[in-house]
Design a protein around this ligand. Sequence first.
Ligand code: SF4
Ligand code: MG
Length: 336
Amino acid sequence: TQSLLKVEHLQTAFRTGKGEVVSVEDVSFQLNAGQTIGIVGESGCGKSVTSLSIMRLLGQTGYIKKGTISLNGKDLTKLTETELRDVRGNEAAMIFQEPMTSLNPVFTIGNQMIEMIQLHMMISKKEAKQYAIQMLQKVGIPRAEEVINEYPHKLSGGMRQRVMIAMALSCKPKLLIADEPTTALDVTIQAQILELMKTLRDESNTAIMIISHDLGVIAEMADTVLVMYAGEVVEEADVFTLFDEPKHPYTLGLMKSIPHLETESEERLASIPGTVPTLQNMPSGCRFHTRCPYVMEQCLKEKPKLQGLDEKMGHQVRCWLYEEEQKSENREEAVL
Ligand code: SF4
Ligand code: MG
């Protein structure tokens, strides 16, 4: 079967006062209908820019330098602004961390939903209103007939995020991109929103790309996981393999920063010392070498490639520590 979304060798850059800055370097992945891919990493690692590249929402200064993004066989990097507007909402929709920034505060929920639904579905205003109420009910909003007349600030954060999901899903997108969708919400509401996204995914066979700095959210939602560091994918695996056998020192570091669940303590284990390098000052060789506890001579000079450890499972890692495993695998391939 053909993948719904296929990103190949994506490179995204921004124009800044100090020249061009590359935020996403050579990112590739595939996603099928009904599947969820999780992208995890600290902020500034290129997770959001990857998703904004897919939606082609890079603003005035951002641009895709290289690579292709094919959604349903269409290369999104080649579409005009008019064609893109048709894709956004119809085929791909996005929800963000803070719904207040994407909801217009001066219009009621109903005004915003009805206008969008009418735009995409060519139905009467009355029908659009009925449909909007149905969608609000579907995402678990009580008294939807009343909520539809409310202004966004009247609703709680959890309710606003439900409204955003209702809006995103009302045009039945094939791909839903969720960028830190639950980060601003408390734990109980977070669990409800994730559960809701899973139900809707299973009902409509929607593909989901979920972006989070929180490995717990990723474990809950994703089938496949990409770990990003400093604009690059450093590890890719199915969710079970990633959590059972994490390989990249950065992934290991992220896992150590998961809070103690057993003790229910808020205290975090030793997190990774140091910070993500700025894109203007990218370290030589391996980009993680300034923070890596296993750094070797070679890491400072040569950049490791993202390479498969196990061809069957698609477990890939970008690290010199696994060079031998990768070499032997390549030798086997050469013999075959
Ligand atoms: Fe650490 Fe070297 Fe692996 Fe980079 S390549 S993650 S510096 S061991
Ligand atoms: Mg982000």
